[in-house]
Design a protein around this ligand. Sequence first.
Ligand code: MLY
Length: 326
Amino acid sequence: QPNPKFSWKAYMELNKAVPVPEQTFAAIHGLSPFPKQPNPFQVGCFLEAVDPDHRSEICLMKVAQVQGYRLRLHFVGDYSCYDIWAPADWPLIFPCGFCKSTGRKLNIANRLPDEVRDVDLPSLSSGQSDLLTNDPYKNSTVFKIGDKLEAVDRKNSDLICVATVVDIIGEYLLIHFDGWHNEYDYWARFNSPSIHPIGWCKSNNYILSLPPKYKGIFSWQQYIKLSKSQAASPKCFSTYDHRKDIKIGMKLEVVDHRNQLVVRVASIVDVDEFRVKVHYDGWGSECDVWMDIDSHDLHPPTWCLKTGHLLQPPVDLKNGVSESGC
Ligand code: MLY
C-alpha cells in the first residue's frame, strides 16, 4: 500500500528540491515513466528472463510475489535466496516459449534435490504468451550481431574495451568483451552512454582496453580484417546524455540495493558519463551508491504512489537524519 503519511509535494517544498524530470526516464528506457496499465502478472506465472548476475543467460522463472508494478522472480529449480526483483515492464523478461521460438538457449536451474524441485514445468499458455503476438522483441536497432564497438566494462567502470554485439532483442544489445569470459557481458539499450563506435577512445583521449591475448600495436582496421567482422556504423549510436537533464540534488525513488523489496526516497549526489550516485534520504552518506543510469531500479517521484507500491520515506523526517546505520 502507498504510504499515506508521505507527501512528495510537501517534501519537495520543504527541501526546495526538484524531481529528476520524468522525460529523462522516458528518454533512457524508451518507455512511459509511469506504467499505463496495472501489473499484468500474477503469482505463479512462469516466464523467461535474463539473469541479472549472468546477463548472457536467459532462465526459466516463476513469479513469486507481486508488489505494485514490481515482481519477485524465482529461478525455477533453485533456492529462493537467489530470487530477484524487477519491474513488470523490464524489457528483459519474456513469455514462455520465447527462447524456443527464437532459437536461444533456456537455462533451467537444477540445484535442488528432486523432492523439492518445481515439477510443474510450464506450457506456452501458462506464461504471458499473448505478448508474443505483436512481437515487441523483433530486432529494432540498426546494429547487427557481430558488430564491433568500444564499450565500458560495467564491472570495472574505468575500462573502455574492445567489444562485440553478440545478441540483439528489440532495442537491446548484448555486449561481450573480446577475449573475456561472458560474466562481464551486459545488455544495453541502443542509446546507452556505455557504448561507443570504434575510434571513440582515440578521439577522446581515453586508453582502449585490448583483448587479453592481443599482442602488438592495436589497429581497429587490422583487427576487424583479421577477425572477419565489421564495425558498428557510427550512425547506430544515438547516445542520450543524461548529464544535461539530471542535476545534483534532484529527487527520485530508488530500490534499496541491499533489500530489493524496499523502494526509498532518494537524491542525486553525483553524476558521471553512465551512472548516477544515489543518496537514500535520511541515511548516512556511507550508504550512497553508484547506479547505472539505465538501471530499472530508478524511478521518478510518485512512481510508487501511482503503481501501488510502498514507498519508504526518510527514517526521521523531522531531522532528516536516520539514527540507524545502513
Ligand atoms: N581485474 C580484473 C579485470 C577484468 C576486466 C575485464 N574486462 C575488460 C572485460 C581481472 O583481471 O580479472
